[in-house]
Design a protein around this ligand. Structure first.
Ligand code: ATP
Length: 363
């Protein structure tokens, strides 16, 4: 059977374990050997006991856990050819020529580069006497399938990334909890949620929790927004609401490109409206904890589909990402999605929001 390596890379997200589990189990079902590569690319570069064969039992009882039990890391070595040469050596030592990478756009970019370089890396290993010609021929092609794990839902080409739904649950639970205390004391709460380039979490959590006002990076408020916001809060109070909730995505900015911070909003509200106003920064709570049913199933479906895609791959098949289109898991070209995602980020950096929203498109 084929040998498949599975690893998680970049920021962790809830549901990654479910994807890892599905890769192991679908792999075994199809007669493959599946290997965990621990600590992302760092484990691939370091080799040794970072690359270990998965057993059925070792993938039990992990679906319920947040984060990633096989570890994740940011790895400088893999950005250098020398590191990738070392990684290629460790993979072929274990006869691994199929990879499932679970991570963000950076991790997928690295994987694609690795695939493009693969032949020349193996040639170099032969030249250095580190692998035999026979091995070189048996391992001549590297197949790669990507799964996107990110709570931000910031990847082009998929309707949902693994972890977003759980993060939304965590945010709305927190807003609900804060609402009860806010209401008791007639307070105003400003809550900062994650999302540097993408306001999805703030927008959807705001809609789902009756927030009064939302700031997202894609839609800087128009001049005079301070007055409009204060009037809106006053109106809510005059209609009998005892509290106000405002959500700010961490990357929110105004039309001049200046950061909109929770403290800045607090200052405006306390000065103008004299409401008792508090700030809560949710931070990494949003990334942790038990995955939602949706993310467990999303990870499971994507992990299984990733193995099927590897089985179908030929030397000429371009690397793909398994994505969600409506209710279907589909395979989309990896590099196209990565490029679109990176173009969205640079349009956001240039504050060209219309272009960013256009590039992001439907999914
Ligand atoms: P997140 O969405 O959490 O940021 P990510 O996968 O985009 O996840 P990165 O830190 O960008 O996170 O990438 C993770 C790792 O992938 C890097 O530490 C590096 O080892 C590898 N990587 C990223 N970009 C490249 C690249 N251009 N070439 C080689 N390796 C890369």
């Amino acid at each position: 059977g084929k040998a498949i390596g599975v690893f998680t890379s970049g920021g962790d997200s809830p549901g990654m374990n479910s994807a890892v589990r599905a890769v192991v189990r679908m792999g075994y079902f199809l007669g493959c050997h599946v290997y965990y590569i621990k600590e992302g690319y760092q484990g691939m570069v370091d080799g040794g006991d970072h690359i270990i064969e998965a057993t059925w039992a070792s993938s039990s009882g992990i679906m319920q856990l947040g984060g990633t039990v096989i570890g994740s890391a940011r790895c400088k070595d893999f950005r250098e050819r020398e590191g990738r040469l070392q990684a290629a050596h460790n993979l072929v030592d274990n006869n691994i020529t199929n990879l499932v990478v679970i991570g963000g756009d950076g991790s997928l970019t690295g994987a694609n580069l690795f695939r493009v370089e693969w032949s020349s890396l193996l040639d170099e290993l032969v030249k250095q006497g580190k692998i035999t010609m026979d091995k070189r021929i048996r391992c001549s092609h590297l197949n790669i399938v990507g799964l996107v794990g990110s709570i931000d839902n910031d990847f082009c080409g998929t309707d949902m990334t693994i972890g977003t739904d759980t993060a939304l649950h965590r945010i709305i639970e927190s807003v609900d909890a804060i609402s009860t205390t806010a209401s008791s004391h007639q307070r105003c709460f400003i809550m900062e949620v994650m999302g540097r380039h993408c306001g999805y979490l703030a927008l959807v959590a705001g809609l789902a929790s009756e927030a009064d006002w939302i700031f997202i990076p894609e839609w800087p408020p128009e001049a005079g927004w301070e007055d409009v916001m204060c009037r809106k809060l006053e109106t809510e109070r005059s209609l009998g609401q005892r509290l106000n909730i405002l959500l700010i995505a961490e990357g929110a900015i105004d039309r001049q490109g200046r950061a909109i911070t929770p403290d800045m909003i607090k200052e405006i509200i306390t000065t103008r409206l004299k409401y008792d106003t508090r700030v809560t920064i949710l931070g990494h709570v949003q990334r942790g904890g038990s995955p939602s049913a949706f993310d467990r199933l999303l990870g499971a479906r994507m992990g299984a589909e990733a193995v099927l895609a590897l089985m179908d791959a030929t030397p000429n098949t371009p690397a793909c990402v398994v994505s969600l289109d409506g209710n279907q898991t589909v395979r989309v070209p990896l590099m196209q999605c990565v490029e679109r995602t990176q173009n969205v980020k640079s349009a956001m950096d240039k504050k060209d929001f219309e272009e960013a929203v256009r590039l992001r498109g439907k999914s």
